[in-house]
Design a protein around this ligand. Structure first.
Ligand code: NAD
Length: 424
């Protein structure tokens, strides 16, 4: 059986290719056989559907929809549905693989999947979106299922779309099947604690890492890029645990206050200001690029992919980076950051609190029972802490970054399960 050659250094900053570079590097350190690597690399199933929709003006428009099941080795596949003009099969394939590693690293019994429709929901009416969701669901009726493949929201979709998906799926089955999808409104079986789950996981993994680095949260400063769902909850919960959040940012720019920003005030301001921090007076304004290189203890990129690159990595002064966003750091930047001795809690671990509470939603739906927010939080905190400990131990044992260690933990789990289950 052949073994993997060292990972080629890709001259690219594309976050998905960067993910594949790390997957290969981790596989090589693990001594994974090339044949198993090839099994894990290739998506199990790729479905492309054509969705003709009658628009409000009476015309018929055809949309293309995708669902890629990367792996069902650990259990039913799990992953969001993206509605965006840039959705392509290649992107969906990469995101599906990402879900496999994320679920494996936090040890929840799911494989990875992702779906998408190439469309611009911002230019569509609610009725047009509803018809698109229902048509997509019907086309995927043989793919979806609470024991087979469980979708969730992603960019451009939310609880409203998940409610339509659940309803359409349930009609075809002749009964209510709420466990077929997560991210539903709470009245339809959505879980308490889901809204803050990702930011909460960022906080839990940040505190666990700070303990290892001997950073006292009460003396620590923090900067958070992005003030949407993940960034604002992470800011709020980190501030609650004693950190001084000196800078936050959104698309309107970055805000800095050396005495610490009052996060609850910033959240109220944003909510009353159409979701934007523009004009917030609780801090002075700096540039988004400056936020990333502030002399803080903890940096939380929680906006978008590819913001820490080989162009700015050398200037980063934080001791710890906790990746709330997916793919915020390029693979070239990884090397620079590792050599500088900065610790990174990688995305597939740091932001896995969201998929963990989605798993709890599915568990509650299958039990026909509802957990309190307290129970959800306690259980997700424990999963995040255990996953952190496991990844940290691996990074110390193999003398690798926590990113490579997280991939090693995930790949090892999926590969071992694959070998036990066997193939043809
Ligand atoms: P969101 O749309 O709620 O918020 C995004 C925030 O980033 C907004 O405040 C926006 O203004 C800001 N932003 C965009 N471009 C920026 C820029 N150039 N500089 C500074 N700020 C900028 O999105 P979200 O749900 O918070 O997701 C953020 C990231 O976390 C994404 O990478 C997403 O994939 C990832 N993620 C989210 C979840 C979840 O549960 N929401 C789970 C896992 C990963």
């Amino acid at each position: 059986m052949g073994y993997l050659e060292p990972a080629p250094l890709l001259d690219t900053e594309n976050p998905f290719e960067a993910m594949m570079t790390r997957f290969r590097e981790a596989s090589q350190i693990l001594g994974l056989e090339e044949e198993v690597y090839n099994v894990l690399k290739s998506p199990a199933k790729q479905v492309i559907v054509s969705l003709p929709i009658t628009m409000d003006d009476g015309t018929i428009k055809v949309f293309e929809g995708y669902r890629v099941i990367h792996s069902t080795i650990l259990g039913p596949s799990k992953g969001g549905i993206r509605f965006d003009p840039h959705v392509s099969l290649d992107e969906v394939k990469a995101l599906a693989a990402w879900m496999t590693w994320k679920c494996a690293v936090v040890d929840i019994p799911y494989g990875g999947a992702k779906g998408g429709v190439t469309c611009n929901p911002r230019q569509m009416s609610a009725g047009e979106i509803e018809r698109l969701v229902r048509s997509y669901t019907t086309s995927m009726i043989d793919i979806f299922g609470p024991d087979k493949d469980i979708p969730a929201p992603d960019m451009g979709t939310g609880p409203r779309e998940m409610a339509w998906l659940m309803d359409e799926y349930s009609r075809t089955q002749g009964m209510t099947v709420n466990a077929v999808v997560t991210g539903k409104p709470t009245v339809l079986g959505g879980s308490l604690g889901r809204t803050e789950a990702t930011g909460r996981g960022v906080m839990v993994s940040a505190l666990a890492a700070m303990e290892k680095l001997k950073i006292n949260p009460y003396n620590a400063t923090c900067a958070v890029q992005g003030f949407g769902n993940v960034g604002s909850w992470a800011s709020l919960l980190l501030a609650e645990r004693g950190l001084k959040v000196v800078s936050v940012s959104d698309i309107s720019g970055a805000y800095y206050n050396e005495n610490g920003i009052e996060i609850d005030k910033a959240v109220k301001y944003r909510d009353a200001n159409k979701g934007s921090l523009e004009g917030f007076t609780g801090a002075g304004k700096i540039s988004g690029d400056e936020l990333l290189v502030l002399p803080v203890d903890v940096l939380v990129p929680a906006a978008k992919e590819d913001v820490i690159t080989h162009h700015n990595a050398a200037k980063i002064q934080a001791k710890l980076i906790v990746e709330g966003a997916n793919g915020p750091t390029s693979s070239k930047a990884d090397k620079i950051i590792f050599e500088k001795g900065i610790s990174v809690v990688p995305d597939i671990l740091a932001n896995a609190g969201g998929v963990t509470v989605s798993y709890f939603e599915w568990v509650q739906n299958r039990l026909g029972y509802k957990w309190t927010a307290d129970r959800v939080n306690r259980r997700s905190d424990r999963i995040m802490k255990d996953a952190f400990t496991n990844v940290y131990k691996t990074s110390v044992e193999y003398k690798v970054s926590m990113r490579i260690a997280a991939y090693m933990v995930a790949i090892d789990k999926v590969a071992k399960t694959y070998k036990y289950r066997g193939g043809y």
